[in-house]
Design a protein around this ligand. Sequence first.
Ligand code: BGC
Length: 245
Amino acid sequence: MKMVGIDVGGTGIKAAVVETETGQLATERRRVLTPQPATPAAVAEATALLVEELPAGTVGIGFPAVVLHGRTMTAANIDSAWIGTQADMLFAVALGREVVVGNDADVAGLAEMRFGAGRGQGGTVLMLTIGTGIGSALFIDGQLVPNTELGHLEVRGKEAEKRAASSVKDRKDLSWDDWSKRLAEVIDHIDALIWPDLVIIGGGVSKESAKFIPQLNARARCVPAALHNEAGIVGAALLAAESAG
Ligand code: BGC
């Protein structure tokens, strides 16, 4: 099935058509900057323009917030007007298509479990997406436990994502070494509470995994996301395919 997948991030909005049987992109990836302020109306409009020329059909959207029944419940790295917005309806009206919305890390995790580093993995698998914030997706024997928000776990009095997101690395111009230490502390903290069998690290930094994964010295096996930054788009398309039956 060919479905449109959209990944809304704090910094950029990306979309492509995805072949959902293989996880391959069927078109080039398109990207626009997330409008600032990232209000519901502005984001919906930018997203509508981005997918205008893509084929019709149900669209899946990964969104950086807790999403319950299509409604966005939090807004850590987007405008606070998203809290309580019926996001699936808002996007459906703006895009003129049926829309399914899920948490961005959850949908990226779905893609990694189906086609990437989590393929065939039972037990407890944790996916962390590291970008503007830190997202998490938890799988038990392949089954998603939605809306875990481990990026907001407090580590020594500060939220994990405020210590170790890649946006923090960029903003503070941290070396890979210094940033790895921050991320290691976050992963150790999560590990002590969840004891995952496997941790998949996604987001843009996953392309540079050799520079930090060995440094983490984590108890659990840590591997880079196989789909790198494309996991979000692919997972969003999977969500659309599921809802389209
Ligand atoms: C949000 C999560 C999201 C993550 C990654 C966090 O700030 O609370 O819902 O998955 O950022 O975008």
